[in-house]
Design a protein around this ligand. Structure first.
Ligand code: SF4
Length: 334
């Protein structure tokens, strides 16, 4: 987490867009455009953790893949450490990707079941020429220790590990190339609650030790609160609110954020929510509602909301929201 003085931007993203062609549900009909990411801008400061939160299908994982150019954006500019990486030739991008790594929700699918754990973690060291001979084993054992794996795990295979341990293997492999930016895409969503806390604490410790910068993608505001400095809330491909974590949890300025916060379970049987949980289906990003995309689900909606999309604007210092009536948020206790 960030401490003290304001740090420089490690990553800036301007007006990022990505649409996918999807099959229509009628035979013979033309393909339709699904706007997964629709004009997203933000910056990430060195050493901070920015959370990206929203319901499934809001575009947050697509942003993670766009940042590393695992998929190509349609529009927009991504700068990493002062260099524009959108349009960067493949060879330069491959070298750059050493500094930008991703951790996935299900590490098992990315761990070769026929390789021993030591070889899996050591593979990036070999590929990038960072170690050779005996050094590889030494560095792998050091990494394993850092993530809480024992030396005797070196010769075991991925199927011999629990979900939490497999995530530790994935994290060790990510760290092997000494990245500066880590995109963590739902890294604890598939784990039991107690294991989630262990992995979140491990990620925080590693951030301190290695000065890592995280983009932490999650649908779970409870997890986001524990690890992030700032949070960007996404709805249908756009950021609708962005603020410091404390500010956003204390006083959200977008009704969607308010509803998400009120749907976080409270571990207290005496606490009965008076508020309704966010109702209604998330609309299709192929054909989002006119005006503010959230208006069919929003209790604050008025006529202007059905006509004009509200711009993301700074409401108070460092707190942006895209809502025509952000001053009223909290009135309905949704
Ligand atoms: Fe609700 Fe209107 Fe604000 Fe959209 S702009 S979130 S519909 S009040």
């Amino acid at each position: 987490m960030l401490a003290g003085a304001m740090m420089a931007d490690l990553l800036t993203v301007q007006n990022l867009r990505k649409a996918f062609k999807v099959s229509a549900n009628r035979p013979g009909a033309a393909k339709q455009l699904l706007k997964a990411v629709d004009g997203v801008s933000f910056e990430l400061k060195t050493g901070e953790t920015l959370g990206l939160v929203g319901e499934s299908g809001c575009g947050k994982s697509t942003i993670g893949k766009l940042l590393l150019r695992l998929i190509e954006p349609d529009e927009g500019v991504i700068c990493f450490d002062g260099q524009t990486i959108t349009g960067m030739p493949k060879r330069e991008m491959t070298a750059m990707r050493r500094e930008m790594q991703i951790i996935f929700q299900d590490p098992y699918s990315s761990l070769n079941p026929r390789m021993r754990v030591g070889d899996i973690i050591g593979e990036p060291l070999v590929v990038h020429g960072l170690a050779r001979g005996k050094e590889i084993r030494e560095q792998v054992l050091t990494l394993m220790k850092k993530v809480g794996l024992a030396p005797e795990h070196y010769d075991r295979y991925p199927h011999e590990f629990s979900g939490g341990q497999r995530q530790r293997i994935g994290i060790a492999r990510t760290l092997a190339v000494q990245p500066r930016l880590v995109v963590a895409d739902e890294p604890v969503s598939a784990l039991d609650l107690s294991i989630q806390a262990q992995i979140v604490n491990l990620l925080k410790d590693l951030q301190q030790e290695f000065g890592l910068t995280y983009l932490f993608i999650s649908h779970d505001l409870g997890v986001i609160e524990h690890i992030c400095d700032r949070v960007a809330v996404m709805y249908l491909g756009r950021i609708v609110e962005l603020a410091d974590v404390e500010q956003l949890y204390k006083q959200p300025r977008h009704p969607y954020t308010e509803a998400l916060l009120n749907s976080v379970p409270v571990p207290d049987p005496q606490h009965v929510r008076q508020h309704q949980i966010l109702s209604g289906e998330i609309p299709s990003p192929i054909n989002p509602p006119e005006g503010c995309h959230f208006h069919p689900r929003c209790p604050y909606a008025q006529e202007i909301c059905r006509q004009e999309y509200p711009k993301l604007t700074e409401q108070i210092e460092g707190h942006q929201a895209a809502c025509h009536f952000s001053d009223e948020v909290g009135r309905f206790k949704i």
